[in-house]
Design a protein around this ligand. Structure first.
Ligand SMILES: Cc1cc2nc3c(=O)[nH]c(=O)nc-3n(C[C@H](O)[C@H](O)[C@H](O)COP(=O)(O)OP(=O)(O)OC[C@H]3O[C@@H](n4cnc5c(N)ncnc54)[C@H](O)[C@@H]3O)c2cc1C
Length: 406
């Protein structure tokens, strides 16, 4: 066999998967259709759970801003802000961040082939076969599909339908606006360490402003069916921000992309193959966060593959454990996020402004953002913490209720 493992796609999922394979001594080939560094439509917020997966080892020059807070705006005009003393994430430029991850894989012993587009994959009892657009063909014991939301691996292995179901998938558009360091400070009222999430007028979806060192990453996203007029919506959204932020936003380039959105509903293993990251649909269905889940799913996948290889078993049943591991790791977030994203938005827009700025709420929000608890663990965590804070908390909610009534 030419390779133990072939990984398709050198985004965060693929580069982390390939790195983990090489670290275990597997002969690994990483195939990427683009030339690295390549562009990727993304707000570039890497939450703390993602930083932890990399053991905090991210070159300083890649970190655009350290993030300590979240601010949510709502259709009813209310807003809520949660600031933590703990780091909850960073912002990066994806071309540089992904370049770093692929170089890290190469340094660990991965063979990287850039500019190689995979057009078909198949699996048999003997091997996985990967065909390239240039006519070449590779064979391996295992195949990892990390080729993103439009994954050819998932479709050629019949794990996903050929045509996308737009009701189950999101769509986003974003751009980085250069406004200089002073501009970033002005637009963020002197605090560029807060990620801001905003509603989009008349649409089911949301927008964001993520500060970088000299840029603002601004974007909108929502369900594929609601976002067909994406470009005018995006233009209206960023233009509406100019007045509020007090800076001129000069558009250089819009980027657009689907959001992976199967959550935990899809089948992600077959004989000799596993899907990871966006190819598997591991994106938070509420916020569209996917970088950390991409990297974490890759680590889980390589663990399972290594166990299967140790006992020489390459069938789907031996790999099925991957589903259980992903469910255990992600379900507390995905199920609750999906509920909030669909039915609980009005609940969130009523509740969050009332608890805005409260220490307990900020602490819990930071725990979620840092990956210490999932969304579904919030009620239990609040109840556990609340006895010590009951008098303050009740007073706080009652006061804010009176304010909103007035
Ligand atoms: C507008 C937008 C904003 C977002 N903002 C955020 C954010 O702020 N924070 C966050 O955590 N997540 C965000 N996400 C989600 C995040 O971008 C993805 O979840 C993440 O990139 C998934 O990583 P991945 O490695 O699975 O896929 P990708 O990053 O998409 O990487 C897949 C790689 O596979 C390559 N590839 C594809 N097809 C082939 C082929 N046939 N042959 C060879 N190579 C191939 C691609 O070129 C690419 O390099 C955003 C998404 C969108 C659309």
């Amino acid at each position: 066999m030419a390779y133990d493992i072939v990984v398709v796609g050198a985004g965060p999922a693929g580069s982390v998967a390939a790195y983990e394979c090489a670290k275990r001594g597997f002969k690994t080939l990483l195939l990427e259709k683009a030339i690295i560094p390549r562009e990727k439509a993304c707000g570039g917020a890497v939450m703390y759970r993602g930083i932890r997966i990399l053991n905090g080892i991210i070159p300083r020059e890649l970190i655009e801003q350290k993030i300590y807070g979240l601010r949510f705006g709502f259709h009813n005009g209310l807003a809520s802000e949660f600031i933590s003393h703990k780091l909850i994430g960073i912002t990066v430029f994806r071309d540089k961040f992904d370049d770093f991850l692929s170089k890290r894989a190469v340094e660990a012993g991965v063979e990287l082939a850039e500019g190689t587009r995979v057009i078909h994959t198949s699996v048999s009892d003997e091997c996985a076969t990967i065909q390239l657009q240039d006519g070449r063909e590779f064979k391996s014991d295992f195949l990892i599909g990390a080729d993103g939301v439009n994954s050819i691996v998932s479709r050629s292995l019949k794990l996903r339908p050929i045509r996308k179901d737009l009701t189950r998938i999101g769509l986003g558009m974003e751009a980085d606006f250069y406004i200089g360091r002073a501009g970033v400070m002005k637009a963020t009222n002197g605090n560029p360490s807060v990620l801001e999430i905003l509603p989009i007028t008349n649409r089911i979806g949301y927008g964001w402003i993520f500060p970088k060192r000299e840029h603002l990453a601004i974007g909108i996203a929502g369900s594929g069916v609601h976002m067909q007029a994406l470009r005018p919506d995006f233009d209206r959204f960023y233009q509406s921000l100019e007045k509020r932020l007090g800076v001129e936003l000069k558009l250089e380039k819009r980027r657009t992309c689907f959001f992976g959105g199967e959550g935990l509903g899809g089948t992600n293993v077959t004989n000799r193959a596993i899907l990871v990251g966006d190819a598997a649909g591991f994106v938070d269905p509420m916020m569209g966060e996917g970088i950390a889940y991409a990297m974490q799913s890759s680590i889980l996948a390589v663990d399972v593959i290594a166990q299967a290889m140790a006992v020489d078993q390459y069938d789907a049943d031996s790999l099925w454990k991957y589903h259980h591991l992903c469910r255990k790791a992600f379900s507390a977030n995905f199920q609750m996020a999906s509920w909030i994203g669909s039915r609980g938005l009005s609940f969130a827009s009523n509740l969050l402004p009332r608890i805005s700025g409260h220490k307990l709420a900020s602490d819990v929000m930071a725990m979620v953002a840092r990956g210490e608890i999932g969304y579904a663990d919030i009620p239990y965590t609040v109840l556990k913490k609340i006895p010590r804070q009951i008098p303050n908390f009740i007073k706080y909610v009652a006061q804010s209720h009176i304010h909103t009534q007035n």
